[in-house]
Design a protein around this ligand. Structure first.
Ligand SMILES: Cc1ncc(C[n+]2csc(CCOP(=O)(O)OP(=O)(O)O)c2C)c(N)n1
Length: 371
């Protein structure tokens, strides 16, 4: 257990300086694994994802997507945590883990298919080890915990072998900690010493509800009360995300107990494309967090390490290509029919749903001028 779970671990500050503190000492061995090459990969993942994110948000406004969920501002903790997973590990995301999806090899167009309304989730999570996006808040905390317990029962985790044992990283937001499912997951995880690490992105807001309403005590302190090895990190510091996640996953995978990470970050954009954050938060707050941007600080560090301009130009080109590829490919995707929204809810025909489907058919026929 960390001595003071409310003190955030940080290795890279907003100016791109390497820093350390008593809170970070336990993880410094893991932070030392972050070579310049690894930091370059963090930068690439974050910048390419951000450009994709911005392009997708614009396409939503053009009617190409039903909904978009931005991750702008939250890339730092995400990239570190995802790069900290080993091949055999599994990620159970919520719906804002865009960088993590990239790291685990999910084709981002498959995410787009889901948010366009074409499918409820498609990517092959057995090969990517990246579970489907979960919009039911907190549900994946139990899915991930149960899956982790299964890994241990199947002898794929908790054997004591750090190289081959698997672990689960389960992600959710600060708001999800108010769900009963999340507390139940904490109880199961600790009771059974399940090989799971909970990665809570505390981005300050659950739509319009501030974290201060969700909890009167730091979430990392609350999690410690469940018996989780609980650590708060600067969630805009990719190195802290990497070092702490790696340490807690390594501990969890061998059966030495589950962990909890409170990644202190900020949602720079709207909750989703259906939200207007100017209704509930100040632009000063957004500016304050904008100055702690996770990508800028990695860039400053890489420049201080004398990484050449060619590298940055190459990442810019890849980011532009990825956004252009999205714009080109999205128009070739089919648009969902209204009928498809009723198709996969029940396995057998359901009278209420049949009536709703018929109502919609008639409504659309009326709009089209048929009777
Ligand atoms: C069980 C359930 N209740 C309510 C909602 C509506 N809802 C969608 S997102 C959201 C807020 C979630 O906030 P948080 O967990 O902090 O994650 P964030 O979106 O900030 O990443 C809510 C209440 C839902 N999707 N599922």
């Amino acid at each position: 257990m960390s001595d003071s779970p409310a003190t955030a671990v940080q290795f890279l500050d907003a100016r791109g300086e390497r820093v350390s503190s008593a809170a970070s000492e336990r993880f410094s061995e893991y932070a030392d694994e972050v070579t310049v090459e690894l930091l370059q990969s963090f930068y690439r993942d974050m910048l390419v994802t951000r450009r994709f994110d911005e392009a997708a948000a614009a396409l939503q406004r053009q009617g190409q997507l039903a909904l978009w969920v931005p991750s702008v501002g939250q890339e730092g903790g995400q990239v570190g945590a995802a790069r900290a997973t080993k091949r055999q590990d599994w990620i159970f995301p919520a719906y804002r883990e865009l960088v993590m999806a990239r790291v685990r090899g999910v084709d981002p167009l498959q995410l787009i298919d889901m948010l366009r309304g074409n499918t409820h989730g498609t990517w092959d999570w057995q090969s990517t080890h990246f579970h489907q996006y979960t919009l039911v808040i907190g549900a994946q905390s139990l899915h991930g915990t149960g899956f982790a317990m299964g890994l241990a029962l199947d002898g794929k985790a908790s054997t004591g072998n750090r190289e081959t044992d698997a672990a689960v990283l389960t992600c959710f937001g600060d708001g999800a900690t108010s769900e009963g499912a999340t507390s139940e997951a904490f109880v199961f995880a600790t009771s059974y010493q399940a090989p799971v690490v909970f990665f809570c992105q505390n981005n300050g807001w659950a739509i319009s509800v501030p974290t201060s309403t969700q909890t009167r005590t730091p979430l990392a302190v609350r999690a410690a009360g469940f018996g989780l090895d609980s650590v708060r990190i600067d969630g805009n510091d990719a190195i802290a995300g990497y070092a702490v996640t790696r340490a807690l996953l390594d501990k969890a995978r061998v059966g030495d107990g589950p962990g909890f990470i409170e990644s202190m970050t900020y949602r720079i954009g709207a909750h989703t494309s259906s939200d207007d954050p100017t209704k509930y938060r100040s632009s000063d707050e957004v500016d304050e967090w904008g100055a702690r941007d996770p990508i800028t600080r990695v860039r400053l560090r890489l420049e201080a390490e004398s990484v050449d301009d060619e590298f940055f130009a190459d990442v810019d080109a890849e980011a532009a290509d990825t956004a252009a590829d999205l714009r080109a490919r999205i128009s070739q995707r089919p648009l969902p029919t209204a009928e498809s929204m009723f198709a996969h809810v029940y396995s057998e025909p359901h009278p209420v749903m049949a009536a709703e489907s018929e109502w919609l058919r008639q409504y659309e026929a009326n709009l089209a001028g048929e009777s």
